[in-house]
Design a protein. Structure first.
Length: 258
């Protein structure tokens, strides 16, 4: 069975200007050791305006944290005022791009078919997508959670080859747990992440399902990280609020020491 190295990612959303971002990354790097980087991969996903500054810090100080983006447009260039293309991100040595975050889907109306085009465009530019899926509280209460996530995966991954799926990251983020302080129980998170893996098996085969990394996201904190990360089908965390401060993000990355 494939060895899946955990991936802990900090999604900063619309927080930190570039001065604050530089300070945060430097402070984070002082708190992490080579043992931490051996044990798990780390990425930070700052706002677009900070990408160049953070790239410079990571590269000049040889910090082994992957630079990530929160979103991108699916086209390479064109009249799309305010958008950023995957080629622009590639030039900044961005390695991971979050796609289909529930805030993009719910606030900006991104459809599964747009998400699918973005996943393809991200791969085309040599980067790795973190495809977000997850249900609302109403969908969970109506017993629709699994069907919603399955549809997001089937449509979001339509036409994408098995090897690419094997190399990517899926983040299960129940919308009711995002920014609310209400975390899914480790059992509930594990249950849905196992279903995500089953669904990937159906879409792309056994090998891909055993290689794909599945993150849990939604109110991950230093206090609950270890319990979540110890679940069989959870290979990482996509962290919002607790990734904004170096100390709390470092403690999540060091969950194995708890
Ligand atoms: P919180 O960790 O703040 O709940 O945010 C989760 C999230 O949306 C990460 O993408």
């Amino acid at each position: 069975m494939a060895e899946r190295k955990p991936l802990i990612s900090g999604n900063w959303k619309m927080h930190h200007n570039h001065f604050e971002a530089i300070q945060m990354v430097q402070s984070l790097s002082y708190q992490l050791s080579s043992d931490d980087y051996d044990a798990c991969d780390v990425s930070v996903h700052p706002p677009f305006t900070n990408l160049r500054s953070i790239q410079t810090v990571l590269e000049s100080d040889h910090i082994p944290i992957t630079l990530g983006a929160q979103h991108c447009h699916e086209e390479q260039k064109g009249a799309y005022t305010g958008e950023i293309s995957p080629g622009m991100l590639e030039k900044l040595n961005v390695g991971l791009v979050i796609v289909g975050h529930s805030e993009r889907r719910e606030i900006f109306g991104e459809s599964n078919s747009q998400v699918n085009s973005k996943v393809k465009a991200i791969f085309k530019h040599g980067m790795t997508p973190i495809l977000c899926v997850g249900e609302t509280i109403e969908e969970r209460e109506e017993g629709e959670a699994e069907r919603k996530v399955q549809k997001q995966l089937e449509e979001g991954l339509h036409g994408i080859g098995r090897e690419r799926i094997a190399s990517m990251v899926v983040a299960y983020e129940p919308i009711w747990a995002i920014g609310t302080g209400v975390t899914a129980t480790p059992d509930d998170a594990q249950d849905m992440c196992a279903k995500v893996r089953q669904c990937i098996k159906f879409i792309a085969g056994k090998d891909a399902s055993e290689s794909v990394r599945i993150q849990y996201g939604g109110s991950v904190k230093p206090i609950n990280a270890a319990e979540l990360m110890n679940q069989a089908d959870i290979d990482g965390a996509l962290v919002g609020g607790a990734a904004l401060e170096a100390e709390s993000f470092a403690r999540i990355i060091q969950y194995r020491l708890q």
